[in-house]
Structures are given as structure tokens and as C-alpha cells.
Design a binder for this molecule. Structure first.
Ligand code: BGC
Length: 507
């Protein structure tokens, strides 16, 4: 797959080492995805509700209960969202750990935290134990999501960076699908099916933990931490050629520059860092406000709201999960051909249409206590698939890819931390608020997300520079400084930036 970094064309061989290491690291995505997919199914299982959320269980089975409010319960939402609360806090420590102790150890810690969380969850005897387990899982997700994309980007040969990076998203979607399938199977195992569902998360954690013993540390991280010789040896090993001098020198230079920056977070506040910071974080906000996680977390709940039986609901979630995986392949193949902006705008239009039709049908046909006619329910599922498809080849993978490629090296890790934590914050907000919003806004919730989609589509069209094919280290020159809007953030007078730098280091 063609990609930007042609500057290093001598080292663009895709070796088995790199492929294997990237796949192993991407198991972090599998952990994340499995978790996203498992909560919705589990929270719609009667055995689980009866044990931990008896009030919701009673309400769910009350014939006269309002369709839209059956599941509105803050504690039930906390079950899903608590993971993200912990992930927000933990990705800050993960960014420090990544820098200090390397990407590999950060990933190992991710799998360890995740594994502890799985044990607490699968063995949970009461709500606090369940929530504490979720907090550990959140730590695993925070550490994993900070380290994995960074690891893949650093290890990938420049030419394949885009495609390999989306491998992370690909494994997220596979994780979600596996979770949907597991939920479908365990929903028939009474009374402990939910334990099997939650316990299944151990597999990706074990894969990542054991796999990470086999992978190399990234040359950048080794060199950054003073292990210069080891770094060079690793570079030779993963590139499969002896002559790595050019790339080695680049890494040396980059790390020297990075060492001069004592406060990357302060550096990020410079005027000339603002365009990347704004775009990187806003993309993650927008990614979540597409409403994707309403489908990913609550699809079975949503489908039950429409009157599908428990089984049919989980089955429909498998359908949406499969659409998600297959459509992500389109992103892998298309991102370096069609460009980022094109995919983002097309995805937004497609999601907008799907949200409006879904909202429209529910507004007309799903009242408080009826069951939606089967025919319409199927149309709704079809349009939810259209929506997922649009997301999966645009805002899903690009929400992770773009923030990883738009920052100059000095602010890359700090900038990426802002993007990741913004993703977690917004995921938390959606997970915590959705069921209550559904209860109060009813079908209007779909139009709420539609408005966001109009805003983000317009933003991508008007404000986002195209980054396809631009070498990462030339991004400022060729993307930002040439953009009709963002160029004003770059004062061409170098003395001006120097003065700003001086001011920053004085503080
Ligand atoms: C998002 C997740 C989402 C998933 C769906 C990811 O890029 O960050 O929040 O659930 O895509 O595939």
C-alpha cells in the first residue's frame, strides 16, 4: 500500500518481523473491541440484570413500561462507562510509562491490568466487585491504546504505516464481533452465561501478554532511552537489511530534538501547535459524537427496545458487528488512495442519511408501549448497518490514524495523549448518558447525532487539510502552512517562534 514516507524508501521492505510484531501489538485493539462489544449483550441478559440490577430487571419485564426508558439506570450505565473513567486517568500514566520504560513494557502492563479486571469481573459476587473489575479493564485499555498505535507507527516501514496503523482498528472491530458472537452463545447458558462472556476477555489479554514477550522494543524507544547500540541492532533486524544508516540517523536526530524539549505539553500550547492540537482532539470528539457507540454498546438493548426478542437482538448485533469488520477493510485499502478528507466527508453523508431514516421510522412507529411492526424493525436494522458501514471506513479508523500523523515529532506523544484521552472522555459521556438520553429524547436522539454529523462533515470538508501522501516530517510545511485557514497560525518570521520558544522555556 503506498504511503507517505518516501523519504526513507531504502527501508520500505515489509518484513515478517514487522508484520508479526504489529499483529501481536494489535491484540491490544482486540482487548478494547471485545470489551466494547461485550457490555451491551451482558446488560441485556436477564441473569445478569437480576443479580446486579434487580430494579432494571423488574422494570424491563413490566408490560406497561415505556419502551424508551426500560434500561434507564445510572448504575447500569456506570457498569459500561466506569471502564472509560479509569482509562482516561490511566492513559496519562501510560504516556509517561511509554516514554520512560518503553512501549513493550507498557503493553505488558496493559495485558496484566486487563487480566486482573477479567478475573474480578468473571468472578464478581456483587456490584462493587464488578465495577472494580471494570476499573482494572479500563487501566488495561488506557495503557494499551496509548502504546499500541505508537508502537505500530514506530515499527512500521514508512510506506506501510497507514495500512498497518488501521490494523489496530481492524482488531477493535474483530473484538467487537467476537464479543457479539460470544454473547449470542452465552445468552442461552443459565444462570452464568454472563460470567463466560466477561471471562472471554481473558483471551485477548493472554495473547497480548504472551505475544509481547516475543516482540521487539521499537528502535525509537530504545534510542530515546539511551540504548543506542541495541536500537540500531533492532532496526537492522526489523528492516531485514544491513544498511539502515539513513533511518538510524533520522531517529537519532529526532530523539536529540525531542530531548531538547523539556516540556512537550507546554510546547503543545504554542500557537503553531494549535492547528494539530485542535484537529487531532476534535476528530476524536466527532468520532464519538457520530453515535457509533450507541450501536456498539447498546445495539442489543436498542433492538430489544424495538421489540425484537433477546435472541434476535443479539443476532442483529452480530450482523452489525460483521458489517463493521468488513467495512474496515475498505478503509485499509482506500485510505491511501481516496485520501482522508474524501472518506470522512463521504462517511458523514452516509451516516447522516442513515441516522435520519432510523430516527424518522422510530418517531412514527415506535411509541411508548407498542412493538414496532417487524417490517420497519428490519428496515431500521438495515439502516443501522448502513450507518456502521459509513463509520467503519471513515471516522472509525481515521479518528486514530490522523492524530498519529499530524503532529511534529516534538509534540507527537503529548499530542496523541490528548487525542486518546479525548476519545475516552467522549466514550464515557456517551456510555453514561445514552440510556437516559434515549428515555428523555426518545427517537429524537438520532436527530441529535445527525446534527453532530452535519457539523463534523462540514468541518472535515472546510477545515481539515489532506494529509494523504505527505511525509510525516513535512506535514507542517506541506499541509498546515498551505491551508487557507490554519496558515495564519504559522508566523513566517522564525524570530517570532524563537521568542515564543524562549518564553516557554523560561516558564
Ligand atoms: C472507536 C470506538 C468504537 C469502534 C467501533 C473505534 O475507532 O474508538 O469507540 O466503538 O471504533 O468499531
Amino acid at each position: 500500500m503506498p504511503h507517505a514516507f518516501d523519504k526513507l524508501e531504502s527501508n520500505d521492505k515489509l518484513t515478517a518481523q514487522v508484520v508479526i510484531c504489529s499483529i501481536i501489538a494489535a491484540f491490544g485493539g482486540l482487548m478494547f473491541g471485545y470489551d466494547i462489544g461485550i457490555s451491551g449483550g451482558v446488560t441485556s441478559m436477564d441473569d445478569f440484570l437480576e443479580k446486579f440490577f434487580p430494579k432494571v430487571y423488574v422494570r424491563k419485564h413490566r408490560a406497561k413500561e415505556d419502551n424508551y426508558c426500560k434500561y434507564d439506570n445510572q448504575m447500569l450505565q456506570l457498569f459500561t462507562s466506569s471502564l472509560y473513567l479509569s482509562a482516561i486517568v490511566c492513559c496519562f500514566f501510560a504516556s509517561k510509562c511509554c516514554k520512560r520504560f518503553g512501549r513493550k513494557l507498557t503493553m505488558q502492563l496493559a495485558s496484566l491490568f486487563f487480566f486482573i479486571g477479567v478475573i474480578l469481573n468473571a468472578a464478581a459476587i456483587d456490584l462493587p466487585m464488578l465495577i472494580i473489575g471494570r476499573l482494572f479493564l479500563g487501566a488495561g485499555v488506557g495503557f494499551g491504546n496509548q502504546a499500541v498505535p505508537l508502537f505500530i507507527s514506530e515499527i512500521a516501514p514508512p510506506k506501510y504505516r497507514g495500512g498497518l496503523n488501521i490494523l489496530f482498528q481492524m482488531l477493535i472491530t474483530i473484538g467487537i464481533l467476537c464479543a457479539n458472537i460470544v454473547n449470542y452463545a452465552t445468552s442461552k447458558m443459565h444462570p452464568n452465561g454472563w460470567r463466560v462472556s466477561l471471562g472471554g476477555a481473558a483471551f485477548p489479554a493472554i495473547f497480548l501478554g504472551l505475544g509481547s514477550l516475543l516482540i521487539v522494543e521499537t528502535p525509537t524507544s530504545l534510542i530515546e532511552r539511551g540504548q543506542i547500540e541495541q536500537g540500531k541492532k533492532t532496526l537492522i533486524k526489523i528492516r531485514g537489511v544491513d544498511d539502515v544508516e539513513k533511518e538510524y540517523q533520522e531517529i537519532l536526530q529526532a530523539t536529540q530534538l525531542a530531548h531538547q524539549i523539556k516540556h512537550p505539553f507546554k510546547n503543545l500550547m504554542k500557537k503553531s501547535s494549535r492547528p494539530q492540537l485542535i484537529c487531532g482532539t476534535i476528530l476524536q470528539i466527532f468520532q464519538q459524537f457520530t453515535g457509533i457507540n450507541v450501536v456498539m454498546f447498546y445495539a442489543p438493548v436498542l433492538f430489544q427496545t424495538m421489540g425484537f426478542g433477546g435472541n434476535a437482538s443479539l443476532l442483529s448485533a452480530i450482523v452489525t458487528g460483521s458489517v463493521n469488520v468488513i467495512s474496515t477493510l475498505v478503509a485499509i485499502l482506500g485510505v491511501d488512495r481516496f485520501g482522508r478528507r474524501g472518506l470522512l466527508v463521504e462517511g458523514a453523508v452516509q451516516m447522516l442519511i442513515a441516522q435520519c431514516i432510523t430516527g424518522g421510522i422510530l418517531a412514527v412507529h415506535l411509541k411508548s408501549t407498542n412493538v414496532i411492526p417487524k417490517y420497519y424493525a428490519h428496515i431500521v436494522v438495515a439502516f443501522i448497518c448502513v450507518f456502521v458501514m459509513g463509520f467503519a471506513w471513515s471516522w472509525g479508523p481515521l479518528g486514530w490514524l490522523i492524530p498519529s500523523e499530524i503532529f511534529p515529532l516534538e509534540t507527537r506523544t503529548a499530542g496523541f495523549f490528548f487525542a486518546v484521552s479525548m476519545n475516552m472522555i467522549c466514550t464515557f459521556i456517551i456510555a453514561q448518558a445514552f440510556l437516559t438520553m434515549l428515555c428523555h429524547m426518545r427517537s429524537g436522539i438520532f436527530f441529535f447525532f445527525a446534527v453532530w454529523i452535519v457539523i463534523m462533515g462540514t468541518f472535515a470538508f472546510v477545515f481539515l487539510p489532506e494529509t494523504k501522501g505527505i511525509p510525516i516530517d513535512e506535514m507542517n510545511e506541506r499541509a498546515w502552512k498551505k491551508h487557507w485557514f490554519w496558515k495564519r497560525y504559522f508566523n513566517n518570521d522564525p524570530a517570532h517562534e524563537d521568542r515564543q520558544d524562549a518564553k516557554l522555556s523560561e516558564n
